[in-house]
Design a protein around this ligand. Structure first.
Ligand code: NAP
Ligand code: HSE
Length: 437
């Protein structure tokens, strides 16, 4: 198709909510690439206002006359497209609803809001026949949500397995590569600006849980919220856990897992540290990078890899959505909305079916191994590998199981804790990404 003259194209009015790490990069790229965007969209993208909290702060590259603290008034100013990169639940939710009800399309990076109350926002977008796009909300720059929503729409996804939090992946990589313990790598991640002064959302898995809910909703055509996600962070992972994993040929990763239950009527969505075999592609995802591994019936395994955070990488995903939404605006229609027709039942962690590594400190006496194996057998948990480390008072059994439900594993652990020969259950970790699972 020949390019229209850029003098002749119409203008779309854009409001930007937030000018922090992501927002300033969005504003910069909108300005730097203005002619390219106009040619790609068939309309000029004009930034007409930028809402912030503190109007007095200097904003690199953003004209002072665009800055306002009155976001609601900005949204009522005949806006075609709103970019929400302020974060948090309120006022972001009210402002997005105001924009959608005004007939503006919205692009957002707000995983917390989408995972808490996406249904309300998608319903408003559909009612008003406008777009609500959110590629940047999961795994930053990585094109992931559109491939899941569009490219894999002809397939049946069974499982999504991902490293979706760069801060914790950085920390676990450092623990793995240097032998340092959790508090040392947290201090280093904070000094480098990867982890916040209050690192809770990252290290306790909440950021990954929001992303897991969004991924599960798309992959399984079902509305999943953050309350449906089982969450365990990395704050209890010790240098000893990492070493034990290394000795068995594994690396510890914080994984977001969303999977169809065997009866195909439910989904289990979980975030927790897990042992991944060194041979699995996710094991080589180091430092702050993200990667998501999707298993679908016809496609087989597909992996997405790249930068999951940072101003410019996240702005790249935001602007991809802006171009897509703007093209729809120019043609006077909205893209295909959210699909939740499958309406699968979100099931709790007890329904999860995976493998486990259990580290037990035991009495080093004849018959102990047999008695322990009997506890696993009577709870229908099949043992794959057993190894003893140490002897006497310092005897440890490392047991790796075949697949079993979390419910069966919990019963096994409860029974093991009752055994006099089991001095303590030192650690338990799920094992993901092995052949056959
Ligand atoms: P940020 O640096 O904290 O910036 C937030 C911006 O929003 C600031 O400009 C702030 O104004 C403004 N803001 C906050 N509350 C406001 C309010 N009530 N009224 C008006 N303005 C308000 O955040 P960010 O890192 O850019 O993240 C933005 C969004 O992108 C979040 O949803 C985040 O989860 C998502 N995201 C971020 C990344 C990343 O790498 N940073 C990656 C993926 C997704 P002031 O500047 O005046 O304080
Ligand atoms: N804090 C997140 C991370 C970035 O460490 O990956 C934004 O989601």
């Amino acid at each position: 198709m020949s390019a229209p003259s850029l003098d002749a194209v119409p203008t779309l009015r854009i409001a930007l909510l937030g000018a922090g790490t992501v927002g300033t990069e969005v504003a910069r790229l909108l300005q730097d690439n203005a002619d390219d965007f106009a040619a790609r969209v068939g309309a000029r993208l004009e930034l007409v206002g930028v809402a912030v909290r503190d109007a007095a702060r200097a904003r690199d590259g953003i004209r002072a006359d665009l800055i306002t603290t009155d976001a609601a008034a900005l949204l009522d100013d005949n806006i075609d497209l709103v970019i929400e990169v302020m974060g948090g639940i309120e006022p972001a939710r009210s402002l997005i609803l105001q924009a959608l009800n005004n007939g503006s399309s919205v692009v957002t990076a707000n995983k917390a809001l989408l995972a808490a109350d996406g249904a309300t926002l998608f319903a408003a977008a559909e009612k008003n026949n406008v777009d609500l796009y959110y590629e940047a909300s999961v795994a930053g720059a990585i094109p992931l949500l559109r491939p899941l929503r569009e490219s894999l729409a002809g397939d049946k996804v069974r499982r999504v397995l991902g490293i979706v939090n760069g801060t914790t992946n950085y920390m676990l990589t450092k623990m793995d590569e240097t032998g340092a313990d959790y508090s040392e790598v947290l201090a280093e991640a904070q000094a480098l600006g990867y982890a916040e002064a209050d690192p809770t959302a990252d290290v306790e898995g909440l950021d990954a849980a929001a992303k897991a809910a969004i991924l599960a909703s798309l992959a399984f055509h079902t509305r999943v919220t953050i309350d449906d996600v089982y969450v365990e962070g990395i704050s209890k992972v010790t240098a000893a856990d990492i070493k034990a994993a290394q000795d068995m040929g594994f690396v510890v990763k914080l994984l977001a897992v969303a999977e169809l239950t065997p009866d195909e009527l439910g989904v289990v969505v979980r975030v927790h540290p897990a042992m991944v075999p060194r041979s699995h592609p996710l094991a080589s995802v180091r430092l702050s990078f993200n990667a998501v591994f999707v298993e679908a019936d016809a496609a087989g395994a597909v992996m997405f890899y790249g930068r999951g955070a940072g101003g410019a990488p996240t702005a790249s995903a935001v602007l991809g959505d802006v171009v897509a939404v703007a093209r729809n605006k120019v043609r006077g229609h909205a893209g295909y909305g959210e699909s939740d027709y499958a309406d699968l039942e979100p099931r709790g962690i007890s329904a999860a079916n995976t493998r486990y590594a259990i580290n037990l400190q035991v009495a080093d006496q004849p018959g102990v191994l047999a008695a322990i194996a009997q506890v696993f057998a009577s709870n229908n948990v099949s043992i794959q590998v057993v190894r003893q480390d140490g002897s006497g008072d310092e005897a440890f059994l490392l047991v790796r199981t075949h697949q079993a439900t979390d419910a069966a594993l919990s019963q096994t652990l409860a029974a093991l804790r009752e055994m006099p020969a089991v001095r303590q259950v030192v650690g338990v970790m799920r094992v993901e990404g092995e052949v056959g699972h």
